[in-house]
Design a protein around this ligand. Structure first.
Ligand code: MN
Length: 293
């Protein structure tokens, strides 16, 4: 059995003081298969007049995967979609060759708890047309005292409706009381687990909320000891064959592709169209880190 690697998450500022805990990428582990980014937002109670407001920003080469636990968030994008996401729902945006979106608390002064993940698109899909899908319900079942929600991929007889382009698994496992849960894993997948609330015991270690446990591949079973009121995310994926580059909100396979996208965003190129009436503030990219591009 591969040893567990415990990775501390770090704080990241989405702007306007909206702090999240970033679990991926990290220096110790850049990706879990195609899962290449994991932010845990909240739980936070915003003061009156404040909320999450992420201005217009572009993506390429990835899917954004939003899993909402508490609160209401309005997604708007350059494809013309306007979608409120509520607890227990997933928004899946496929950036492909390029999309722009905003994300706003529906009501200021309210509560927010969410996870946002990115999935790297494989090379053949990197330039696919952008797409957005809202999933109001997901497969959910009770087992061994826990409630399991299938966010991505297949588990047992269940299949998630989220349309993905690599073999992936995403499970949300929640338990109001302490519980011991045995899961079947695929030895060809690598896995990682992030407690969102509470803590979980595995391999004789206790992993607290906001610490990522990377489990590697080669396991066919996993025993989790959930503390009371725990909620964890379990991610799995075949190890990703291609090394990807990540810069700002872009994923790609070479610097030129990303540099071109950034210049097109900065110049207002039609590749990255307006969101709604175009009045949302546009986020500025930091300077490219590669001289000559
Ligand atoms: Mn985004």
């Amino acid at each position: 059995m591969p040893p567990m690697l415990r990775i501390a998450t770090r704080s990241a500022d989405l702007g306007d003081g909206m702090l999240v805990r970033r679990a991926l990428p990290s220096r110790q582990q850049r990706m879990v298969g195609a899962w290449c980014f994991l932010d845990h937002a909240g739980p936070v109670d915003f003061p009156p007049g404040r909320g999450m407001h992420v201005g217009a920003h572009p993506h390429i080469g990835l899917q954004t995967f939003t899993w909402l636990l508490e609160g209401e968030v309005l997604h708007r994008d350059s494809l013309g979609n306007e979608q409120i996401i509520r607890p227990g729902q997933v928004n899946l945006m496929t950036a492909g060759r390029g999309v722009v979106h905003t994300e706003d608390s529906l009501t200021d002064g309210s509560r927010l708890h969410a996870a946002q993940l990115w999935i790297a698109l494989p090379p053949a899909m990197q330039d696919c047309p952008p797409d957005f899908a809202h999933h109001p319900t997901l497969p959910q079942w009770q087992t061994q005292g826990a409630t399991v929600t299938l966010l991505a991929g297949d588990y047992g007889a269940h299949s998630a409706p989220t349309r993905l382009h690599s073999p992936l698994l995403g499970l949300d496992i929640a338990s109001p009381a302490a519980a011991t849960i045995d899961l079947d894993l695929r030895p060809d997948f690598e896995y990682a687990l992030l407690p969102l609330t509470g803590s979980v015991r595995l391999d004789d270690e206790s992993v607290p909320a906001d610490e990522l446990a990377y489990l590697g591949h080669g396991r066919d079973k996993l025993r989790l000891g959930l503390a009371a009121d725990s909620k964890i995310l379990l991610l799995g994926s075949q190890p990703f064959a291609e090394p990807v580059l990540m810069w700002w909100n872009f994923v790609g396979y070479d610097k030129a592709t990303i540099a071109t996208a950034q210049r097109q965003w900065e110049s207002g190129d039609a590749r990255f169209g307006p969101v709604g009436d175009g009045r949302a503030p546009r986020l500025a990219a930091p300077p490219l880190p590669w001289p000559g591009y």
